[in-house]
Design a protein around this ligand. Structure first.
Ligand SMILES: Nc1ncnc2c1ncn2[C@@H]1O[C@H](COP(=O)(O)OP(=O)(O)OP(=O)(O)O)[C@@H](O)[C@H]1O
Length: 953
């Protein structure tokens, strides 16, 4: 899986849940995948067809979305196409039926209308899965309900045993249940990830639909768009689209409109220009919604409140899909909150109408809340942030700047006005009463006689509405929905407040934040006084005003930045010449990694996370040429190996306080089996081999597995006796130096295989992993006094050392809780080791374990056994274990032995071989040891098995 992920998509590791979902699909299981926007759901259905070589059918709601995905996949060497009305290539149908495509997209309408014979023919060729993308469209409770989605279960009989995979980024619990029911998902594996998009900054501002405001907005947008990345401005109406585009173009912006009233041809052209970076800003209605899969959109601006919070999450989710910092701003006016009729008009059932209304109210709440925007968004989907303050939205940044004020008087007035209107109206009428309106409705109902009539004249209607939002959120007011009307009444908490005020003569204090809207309204009324206050606050060093500016990549020196920009130009040029989008060539994050590491060869370029085989083959030469050309001018060294990230790890906590510590970042604790292995080794001194062969294990595990377990504990912060660990694992100074040299030659620490290829034969995958772990945790590496000057200097340790050991010794050593150091050196009671014959017999400080190790040619028993003068204690390695140099034990009956290298080399010359064939090729190999070797190579992604044939990756 990892190999294919790297080969086609360029990624070196899976994101959370991707691997699990792919595994379940490969096992034929239905899946329900609920993962955040931009979290990488597509990989879940794009990888299985590449593994199984069977077509994946993907149901997608929009042609533009399918076209985008097909373009991206084709750029990666994946055979992808879409079937539907917009398809001009007449051969697609036949080729699809013939199983020629890895990934085949179609709309639900198309899928429900293709003939049974099509499915039968395709099924004969092989179908790996049927994915239903944007699966929330299945549910009436979803924000984009589509009838055709509800018919997709009709495909089940045509595609027996084909796993159905439903994917969406927006599904409340109700929607999830609907999806499972409607698509008849059986025993589905469900993956639900966090909805959080940490790289996105969320903010809300108020809006005024006047030309003056739009001009101001255009200036604000223009300040940032010049820097980099693309911008989408979503509008709720075509009129808004035209007006906003107008002012932007007039102000000199590179902007074009996109809405349903434009012809298909023009829309396609706008879409293409935007995707290929020819156009920087698209001002669009939601028609442009899900169809955009561009990873480097830096700003999504909403001009008007969206129709639902789900829609907002989806649309804002188009932003920053490459994980780089991006901004989402929502501009709204309270006038946007009066469109309930419009949005609910198409509802065919009461349930649907209610769902639309709830989602609409949630969007309004998001606009007017003074709480953390991110929390508000996540809470809606049933998720809560560990910290109520995300620190990365306008409200959180304003915290500390926002002043609180006792609004008990205003609160009392508003509650009284609502009460006097009898709970029969929305909030608008009581506010009109407060502001002294003598409209017909007020006179007809006698509200002008209310004791509070006209007492709230000093504040604007919007100011009072903002207060009402807060009183509603705090439970002083309550809202009931009748049809599309929102009726406001006083809740019991509000009643108590009013009662206390009239009976005790005092209103309780009501400290509330002055919302941005309140501040703006007051500012308008006080002729800009508030603006002065804001400037004064800034002078006092209050948090900075948030801008939409796109920061340059972090941690880059000036020359590196220049190189990065040259690479961006090369990418744009490649995209132009290949009629594709720059991001389809390579995304910005990957380009940043390339600029930082500056590979000099294709192999090193390939090694970079995010670089796929296709990029190397098609454009590698030009990218390398750009690097070479500019790196010299900019005085930048090539093949820069970034160790900073590896070494900048916090010091390791002590075991006592680290057992419950989760690993850095990923909150996972080690399993009890791993912790048990760690405890036995670290605290009880039991050897790896003894732990691997514990008598009460149902089946022995490999020594390597034990080492892996302990390594995981180390990563999770557990303490280890590191010297002993290296000693027991046979990781010597010589190996350490060799791996270090290999890392430099490989140019990266991302993958094990290139490092292995660059290492001397005696270095095993285990050694490389230990070396990387030490680097990661910042442990000192073993040192040797004699530097290795020449590769020839490094000789391969003997192959047969372990075979000379008498049977049973290892088991015996293990069962007596042995410290494996005793396999080599006799330990004196003082903890000082006696000097082996090949070391000087004097020199007290050199007699400590560390001192000895510093001077020893090697640390380990196994390496010591190769020294002819050393009277090594005989240690037996279990027949199922491969010795630490990765070699396999030789059987007494002779014949050629399978070593890691020999085996891999031979496999490379074949098209895949069975285990029996390997055994006959290497008759001197112990069968169990061979199995171990094969398993280890598989785990290290050196080989893989398909149809019981072993092949090299
Ligand atoms: N394992 C990975 N490593 C690094 N990047 C990845 C990985 N998987 C996916 N990505 C990248 O993440 C971005 C988002 O992926 P994708 O389009 O699949 O998201 P999505 O979950 O379908 O989002 P949405 O619901 O918004 O459509 C893409 O640029 C993709 O290439």
């Amino acid at each position: 899986m990892e190999r294919i992920l790297k080969e086609y998509f360029g990624y070196s590791s899976f994101r959370p849940f991707q691997k699990e979902v792919v595994t379940q699909i490969l096992q034929g299981k239905d899946c329900l995948v609920i993962m955040a926007t931009g979290s990488g759901k597509s990989i879940c259905y794009q990888l299985p067809p590449l593994i199984t070589k069977k077509t994946a059918i993907v149901i997608s709601p929009l042609i533009s979305l399918m076209q985008d995905q097909v373009m991206g996949l084709q750029q990666r060497g994946v055979k992808a196409e879409f079937m539907g009305s917009a398809q001009t290539d007449r051969t697609v149908n036949g080729r699809a039926e013939n199983g020629e495509f890895d990934v085949l997209y179609m709309t639900p309408e198309k899928a429900c209308n293709v003939s049974q014979s099509f499915w039968t023919a395709l099924l004969r060729k092989g179908v790996s899965l049927l994915a239903v993308d944007e699966a929330h469209c299945v549910s009436e409770w979803g924000h984009d309900f589509r009838h055709e989605y509800q018919k997709l279960d009709g495909l089940r009989p045509f595609l027996p045993k084909v796993p159905f995979v439903a994917l969406t980024a927006t599904a409340t619990h109700k929607v999830r249940e609907d999806i499972v029911k409607s698509l008849e998902l059986q025993n589905a594996y469900t993956a639900v990830s966090s909805f959080d998009r940490p790289n996105i900054f969320y903010g809300v501002k108020s809006l005024n639909r006047t030309n003056a405001f739009r001009e101001e907005l255009a200036q604000e947008i223009l300040k940032d768009v010049g820097k980099s990345g693309s911008t989408i401005i979503y509008c709720t109406t075509v009129k808004d689209v035209e007006e906003v585009t107008g002012v932007l173009v007039k102000a000199g912006a590179d902007a074009r409109p996109y809405h349903a009233k434009m012809g298909t041809k023009v829309r396609t052209e706008v879409h293409r220009a935007f995707s290929t970076d020819e156009l920087q800003i698209v001002v669009a209605t939601v028609a442009f919604g899900m169809g955009i899969d561009k990873p480097d959109i830096r700003r999504v601006i909403h001009y008007g409140c969206p129709k639902s919070l789900e829609a907002y999450y989806q649309e804002s989710g188009r932003c920053g899909r490459d994980g780089l910092p991006s901004h989402c701003w929502l501009y709204y006016t309270r006038g946007d909150f009066t469109k309930a009729d419009f949005y609910t008009a198409g509802s065919t059932s009461e349930a649907r109408r209610k769902a639309v209304m709830n989602a609409y109210l949630a969007a309004q709440k998001y606009c007017s809340t003074v709480e953390c925007r991110r929390s508000t968004l996540l809470n809606y989907f049933g998720e809560s942030l560990p910290n109520a303050n995300c620190g990365h939205c306008d409200n959180c940044l304003r915290e500390g700047v926002v002043t609180h004020r006792n609004m008990s008087e205003e609160g009392h007035l508003l509650l009284t006005a609502v009460k006097s209107c009898g709970g029969k109206w929305g909030i608008g009428l009581p506010i009109d009463v407060l502001r002294g309106s003598i409209a017909k409705k007020i006179i007809d109902n006698g509200y002008e006689k209310s004791p509070v009539h006209g007492l709230g004249r000093g504040k604007s209607a919007n100011w009072w509405k903002s207060l009402a939002d807060q009183l509603l959120a705090l439970g002083y007011l309550k809202e009931t929905i009748r049809a599309t009307f929102r009726l406001m009444s006083v809740a019991s908490k509000g009643d108590q407040f009013l009662w206390a005020a009239s009976n005790m003569g005092v209103a309780s204090s009501l400290m509330l934040p002055v919302t941005q809207e309140m501040a703006e309204e007051e500012s308008k009324q006080q002729g800009g006084m508030n603006r002065q206050a804001t400037a004064a606050a800034a002078e006092k060093g209050d948090p900075p005003v948030v801008t939409m500016a796109q920061p340059e990549p972090e941690g880059f020196t000036e020359p590196e930045l220049k190189l990065y920009h040259h690479l961006m130009e090369t990418r744009a040029d490649l995209a132009r010449r290949n009629s594709t989008a720059p991001y389809a060539i390579c995304n910005e994050k990957t380009l940043q990694k390339i600029a930082k590491s500056r590979p000099s060869t294709e192999a090193r370029l390939r090694n970079i996370d995010g670089v796929n085989q296709w990029l190397v083959t098609k454009h590698g030469a030009e990218i390398l040429a750009t690097i070479k050309r500019h790196a010299t001018d900019l005085n930048l060294a090539l093949d820069f190996v970034e160790k900073i990230t590896l070494l900048s790890v916090s010091p390791m906590p002590k075991a006592a306080d680290s057992k419950s510590v989760s690993s850095r970042g990923d909150q996972t604790r080690v399993t009890s089996a791993k912790e048990e292995a760690w405890r036995m080794w670290q605290e009880e001194g039991i050897s790896f081999s003894a732990i691997a062969n514990l008598p009460d294990r149902p089946k022995p595990i490999k020594e390597d597995t034990v080492i892996e377990y302990i390594s995981e504990c180390v990563k999770a912060g557990y303490e280890v006796d590191w010297e002993r660990f290296c000693h027991d694992a046979g990781f010597t100074a010589k190996k350490s130096l060799e791996v270090e040299a290999a890392v430099l030659r490989a140019g990266s620490t991302e993958f094990l295989k290139p490092i292995k290829e660059q290492s001397a034969e005696f270095v095993t995958y285990r050694d490389i992993k230990i070396y990387l772990l030490m680097l990661e945790r910042g442990f000192p590496l073993p040192v040797s006094p004699a530097p290795i000057t020449d590769r020839q200097d490094i000789t391969t340790p003997i192959d047969t050392a372990a075979d000379e050991l008498p049977e049973g010794t290892a088991d015996a050593l293990g069962s007596q809780k042995s410290d494996s150091k005793s396999e080599v050196l006799d330990q004196s009671p003082s903890g000082v080791f006696t000097t082996p014959p090949w070391l000087p017999q004097t020199g007290s400080d050199e007699m400590t374990l560390t001192g000895l190790r510093r001077r020893m040619p090697s640390w380990t028993s196994r390496e010591k056994t190769q020294t002819s003068e050393t009277p090594a204690k005989k240690v037996k390695t279990s027949p199922t274990q491969a010795p630490d140099d990765g070699r396999v034990k030789v059987k007494a009956d002779g014949g050629e032995t399978a070593t890691e290298e020999k085996l891999v080399q031979w496999l490379m010359t074949t098209n895949g071989v069975t285990r029996a064939a390997i055994l006959s090729q290497f008759p001197g190999t112990d069968e169990r040891a061979l199995l171990d070797l094969l398993q280890r190579l598989e785990e290290d992604f050196v080989i893989y098995v398909r149809n019981e044939l072993f092949r090299v990756m």
